[in-house]
Write a protein that binds this ligand. Structure first.
Ligand SMILES: [Zn+2]
Ligand SMILES: [Zn+2]
Length: 266
């Protein structure tokens, strides 16, 4: 069996990721407009009819912007925890009741040929989750918004063959940038976002033959560049004596346009 993964958009402008097998697909987050989601999928020749559901990580607008229309127009079921639904379902959000699916934390459920497990991560929302998704012998972990990699999240991150992980800000750019002090502190906190050095240091610790692809996600528009991400990763790996010779494959996800399709053979 073949698995296909790509990012439709990744960053504070909006997050949406696609994971599919030969028959069906799922979306992770709907943080761009439903129109853009449909357009990007169409351009990749992925039929909306094959999408079986959308998994939601938390209530921030860059993760739920298109959710209302996706549930209303496409009657797409949406999956997240009770606590996250409570934070999403405000009087202004008209999510179709038929599409609401509540999932437990750290218990597998099955959707579209995938075994999916949600796990908690530390971030400044009422609750935020990452997803660990298996199909056959392949495991995919997606963690896009987290201030640090806590003990609960770490095993899911370490177990991935394909890892989608945040590398949000370059520490120098953030500190020298124009953001007010409180915002800088929030971003850098344990419940904010992962900086390039944090992500690179963790990856250098966990890199193994099992980890075939790393997608670096959710780059800040104002406090990061793809060049800074790569430079930090290369420097940190070399300092820790870890070689980066084409494996794992590194992909830095575009902020506003779809990434290349990443293919895994199960
Ligand atoms: Zn976000
Ligand atoms: Zn967030």
């Amino acid at each position: 069996m073949k698995l296909n993964f790509c990012s439709l958009s990744s960053g504070s402008n909006g997050n949406c990721y696609y994971l599919g097998n030969e028959f069906h697909g799922i979306l992770i987050d709907a943080g761009i407009s439903a129109t853009s989601i449909r357009k990007f999928l169409k351009n990749m020749e992925i039929s909306m009819q094959t999408i079986m559901g959308v998994l939601i990580t938390h209530n921030h607008i860059d993760h739920v912007k298109g959710l209302e229309l996706l549930t209303r127009k496409n009657t797409l079921p949406a999956f997240t925890t009770h606590k996250i639904w409570k934070s999403i379902l405000t009087p202004q959000k008209n999510i179709s009741r038929d599409c609401i699916r509540e999932i437990p934390l750290q218990q597998k459920f099955h959707l579209a040929g995938f075994d999916i497990e949600a796990f908690p991560v530390c971030h400044d929302a009422p609750e935020t989750i990452g997803f660990h998704i298996s199909a056959g012998n392949k495991k995919i972990t997606i963690v896009t918004d987290l201030g640090h990699i806590c003990q609960t999240a770490a095993p899911y991150v370490k177990a991935a063959n394909l890892l989608v992980i945040e590398s949000n800000y370059d520490e120098q750019m953030l500190m020298n940038g124009k953001y007010p002090h409180f915002l800088k502190a929030r971003i850098r906190s344990d419940h904010g976002h992962l900086g390039n050095h944090q992500t690179a240091a963790f990856l250098a610790e966990i890199v193994s033959d099992n980890l075939s692809t790393i997608c670096l996600a959710h780059l800040s528009k104002n406090n990061n560049t793809p060049e800074k991400v790569l430079e930090t990763l290369q420097k940190t790996f070399s300092e820790k004596g870890v070689s980066l010779n084409g494996k794992p494959q590194i992909s830095i996800l575009n902020r506003t346009s779809p990434s290349e399709m990443i293919r895994l053979i199960v």
